[in-house]
Design a protein around this ligand. Structure first.
Ligand code: PHE
Length: 338
């Protein structure tokens, strides 16, 4: 390859034009490959110096060296300019308004019903009780018969109970947590101290005070010398723990097939008596059906609705708020706030 002064001047001019016309750093990268790097015309001219006649080598060497130096300098200047341009654009497009309020990340939280359930479990665990659970799809026999609820009892009619097809399966959605009493007594020997929270079902329309799916908590004690005084003392402790020390309880005579005697338990809260749940001494017929020695043991049981407990405690007037799952409801209990 021979060298030519005009060609070198032309290569130089072309490289300078290309550098000048690169409008951003990406474009400049390609210009570097084409006009500055090892494969560029001027780099090739430099390599060709070796083949130039000895007498002309110094002259061409100077020429090519000066051209390459000029290209390098132009490249560095352009590169610095385009970097500065990119930085100032970035400052504009990525600017941060430090006066804007921060974005909140809400933490997940437990539903107030779950919080209440945990609270009740803890309370009774502290008294030496165990937490017992049973299935929501329950044998009709355990939900009714074993609890001394005869076949013609109104609680069994279609209006109250969700029967499960096929009807011969003899399964129902449990209407209360009391079948867990039976399951516990069939499986364990006294002394028995259990608390059973869980979902229960009744064929009610959802309105301000009813919901077809609700929660109860059941308590069962079977031991020697258990009296109604023990029941009253336990309910007092329970009520005070939930509603506060100033709360009073009273028992009103009532009827449940599985307890005898039976009572409604009321709490005096916020200046009035409010019905809270049912209770009584476990009926001998029920103890017998579960093989408990009634000469040695007696027991008490109680059951209350958790939605109702929550409504009374917090003055909630509409059941929809509890069941609809609007987080603003839970947040008013301090749930899920940062
Ligand atoms: N199971 C009863 C109900 O659902 C409540 C209850 C439980 C009553 C235990 C007495 C003893 O209404």
């Amino acid at each position: 390859m021979s060298l030519d002064q005009n060609k070198i001047a032309e290569d130089l001019a072309q490289a300078l034009r290309a550098i000048e016309s690169a409008s951003d750093l990406d474009g400049l990268k390609q210009v570097k490959i084409d006009y500055v790097g090892d494969k560029s015309p001027l780099a090739k001219a430099n390599q060709a110096l070796a083949t130039v006649d000895q007498s002309l080598r110094a002259q061409f060497g100077k020429l090519v060296g000066a051209a390459r130096a000029e290209v390098n300098q132009a490249f560095e200047q352009r590169s610095a300019k385009l970097s500065a341009l990119r930085d100032s654009q970035m400052l504009l497009t990525e600017k941060v308004d430090v006066t804007l309020p921060g974005r909140r990340n809400l933490k997940g939280g437990l539903h107030p019903l779950t919080i209440l359930t945990n609270e009740i479990n803890d309370l009774f665990i502290g008294l030496g009780y165990k937490v017992a659970e049973g299935p929501e799809l329950e044998a009709e026999w355990l939900n009714f018969d074993a609890l001394n609820i005869p076949a013609d009892h109104p609680a069994r009619t279609m209006q109250d109970t969700f029967f499960v097809e096929p009807l011969e399966s003899k399964l129902v959605l449990r209407t209360h947590t009391s079948p867990v009493q039976i399951r516990t007594m069939l499986n364990e020997k006294p002394p028995i101290y259990v608390i059973c929270p869980g979902k229960t079902y009744r064929a009610d329309e959802l309105d301000a005070t009813h919901t077809p799916v609700f929660h109860q908590v059941e308590g069962l004690v079977v031991d020697e010398n258990i009296t109604m005084g023990d029941l009253k003392g336990t309910l007092d402790f329970f009520a005070k723990s939930i509603f506060g020390d100033q709360v009073k309880t009273r028992l009103r005579p009532s009827f449940f097939p599985f307890t005898e005697p039976s009572a409604e338990v009321d709490v005096f809260f916020n200046g009035r008596w409010i019905e809270w749940g049912g209770c009584g001494m476990v009926n001998h017929k029920v103890l017998d059906a579960c093989g408990v020695d009634t000469k040695k043991y007696s027991g008490f049981a109680f059951g209350m609705g958790l939605e109702r407990t929550l409504m009374v405690k917090h003055g909630i007037t509409d059941m929809h708020d509890i069941v609809e799952g609007d987080v603003r409801f839970s947040q008013s209990f301090g749930v899920g706030k940062k």
